[in-house]
Design a protein around this ligand. Structure first.
Ligand code: BEZ
Ligand code: MG
Length: 549
């Protein structure tokens, strides 16, 4: 089996290699994945419910006063719970040395969640909403991170932006950001001077601002709350406490974040300006170093040189890099990065005189800030949506990375963190693409789950392939074996191809075309025979579609 990492087989003893391989396989095996789509109005089936409960039981929940069930026993204990109820599950765990005292609160939580999963008010709520009736509010979050989002079919509300980042988010953000810096140092022998972070609104709702906390911690500041307990200010953490230089952080934020977290946008901008103003040695404060350099080299003012918070023009959303890639409407890769900057080069914050900057075009400032970036990063914080599930990850993280590549004249290191595992995991983009491919696109549990949804399911499979392709286009981060295995699994397996074309010939055709495009653009090296076969199948599908039309 191709694990797809050449580095693991270098200068290691056999035992070390076997152990690494074991860890790699375990990581794929234990990866939590959704195994189908939600059907509006339908409560979750028993197997799906069991899977969700397992995930919920795998984490400590201080807010609910529960501890994670021991990893080797979770599976069997939750199966026992679903089949025979709380007492049976508790006594099963007692037989394995886990006291009822610790497990009872867990199963009490699971009982509540399970009941809520069995009910579904979505259609009723929709009808009531259409009649203009009151819909009960409920928090918006990831089900595993916050089971209080159940029951569904309520009026989702966000969080108070003044509460962001929460104390828990700040503590966690610190650990993740330190992990990120450690990983960069392991690979480069020093700290990155500047990083670009992608911040999304929904993610920061779900985590109460973990992404915001990471940015603050990299800069070396902490939030300060005012008399009303609102996070409206920041204070510098001393260099002694920080034990490292302050990293320059370029923040590219979504339109949704800008709209939902207006006070937080101000907080982030304030943090950069505070750090730039600190009287510290330049080698310990990369923000100040860069601001000073820029004022000298470009003769610009300090306000402009310290601009780091960028989003769309007011009222606009998205970087549109995804649309350009999906429609194959580009010739040179750098166009994708340029589009990202064109869409996102609007500055937000406040200048030194206290005047508000609400989406002022600042293309030059963004070009300059990105030119110094050595690493780009985004946090993935949900069980439901990963790197290849939607086109927005490559739109944002891919887009900003491509923009950096041209402006810094070097490809940045690209990282993602993973709030899905119990311990914080930082992975390179390439590692994450491999893991997602193994855990989802090429995993029969995943694609069979999708195929149960017929037409839509095939479209999801094709989306995954196209989103993977997006990581070739924006970051050249996809190994050849990934495209080869996609072709083997979905196109060259005759019975599979037959199923796809029966269910959804449009998506089957798009998938084959995307593979050919990957080869045509130089992202996939393969044999002439493979290409000839793909061409033939593509023509066949075209004929079929014309016949349908
Ligand atoms: C956001 O929550 O900010 C977001 C969601 C989807 C795509 C892009 C951004
Ligand atoms: Mg390649």
């Amino acid at each position: 089996m191709a694990i797809g990492n050449d580095q693991i087989f270098v200068t290691k003893t056999n035992d070390e290699r076997v152990f690494e391989l074991y860890e790699r396989l375990l990581e794929i095996e234990q990866r939590l994945i959704p195994t189908g789509l939600h059907v509006f109005g339908r409560p979750s089936a028993a197997t799906e419910r069991g899977d969700l409960l397992k995930m919920i039981a795998s984490f400590d929940r201080p807010e609910a006063g529960t501890r994670a069930l021991p990893e080797p026993l979770v599976d069997a204990a939750v199966r026992e719970f679903v089949a025979h109820g709380t007492d049976a599950a508790i006594s099963y765990l007692e037989q394995h040395g886990v006291s009822a005292e610790t497990t009872r609160p867990v199963f009490s939580l699971l009982e509540t969640v399970s009941t809520k999963l069995e009910t579904n008010n979505e259609i009723d709520s929709l009808v009531r909403a259409l009649r203009g009736e009151f819909i009960e509010p409920g928090p918006g979050a990831d089900l595993v991170q916050n089971p209080d989002i159940l029951p569904t079919g309520r009026n989702t509300h966000a969080i108070n932006p003044y509460g962001v980042p929460s104390a828990v988010a700040f503590a966690r953000g610190k650990i993740v950001a330190d992990g990120l810096l450690n990983r960069y140092r392991e690979e480069n022998g020093r700290y990155p001077e500047a990083m670009a972070l992608v911040l999304w609104g929904l993610d920061n709702i779900k985590t109460q601002g973990e992404g915001v906390a990471q940015a603050l911690w990299l800069l070396g500041v902490r939030p300060v709350r005012d008399a009303l307990n609102r996070a409206t200010n920041v204070e510098a953490i001393s260099l002694a406490e920080l034990g490292r230089p302050r990293i320059d952080v370029v923040m590219t934020i979504s339109g949704i974040f800008r709209d939902l977290f207006s006070p937080t946008v101000q907080l982030l901008d304030k943090a950069v300006r505070l750090v730039a103003s600190l009287d510290e040695p330049l080698e310990s404060n990369f923000v100040r170093k860069h601001v000073v350099e820029q004022i000298t080299a470009d003769n610009c003012d300090a306000d402009e040189a310290a601009t780091r918070v960028f989003s769309n023009a007011p009222g606009n959303y998205g970087a549109n890099v995804n649309f350009m890639v999906m429609d194959s409407q580009w010739e040179r890769e750098e166009t994708l990065g340029d589009l990202f900057v064109t869409r996102k080069c609007f500055a937000y914050g406040r200048d030194s005189k206290g005047r508000s900057i609400e989406g002022r075009e600042a293309r030059l400032a963004m070009d300059r800030a990105l030119a110094r970036v050595e690493a780009t990063y985004q946090n993935i914080d949900t069980f439901e949506i990963g790197l290849t599930d939607v086109d927005h990850y490559f739109e944002y993280l891919g887009g900003v990375s491509k923009a950096v590549e041209k402006r810094a004249q070097a490809r940045p290191a690209i990282y993602l963190s993973d709030s899905l595992s119990r311990d914080v995991k930082i992975r390179s983009l390439e590692e994450t693409v491999r893991l997602e491919t193994r855990a989802k696109t090429l995993n029969p549990k995943w694609y069979e789950g999708m195929l149960k949804h017929g037409f839509r399911g095939v479209a999801e499979i094709e989306n995954h392939v196209s989103n993977t392709f997006g990581w070739s286009a924006t970051a050249d981060a996809v190994d050849d074996w990934i495209y080869s295995e996609v072709a083997n699994t979905f196109v060259f397996d005759e019975s599979m191809l037959e199923r796809l074309r029966e269910l959804n010939p449009h998506s089957a055709h798009a998938l084959v075309r995307r593979l050919l495009e990957a080869n045509g653009r130089g992202y996939w090296e393969t044999d002439e025979a493979v290409l000839a076969k793909l061409q033939e199948i593509s023509r066949d599908l075209e004929d079929q579609l014309e016949g349908v039309a």
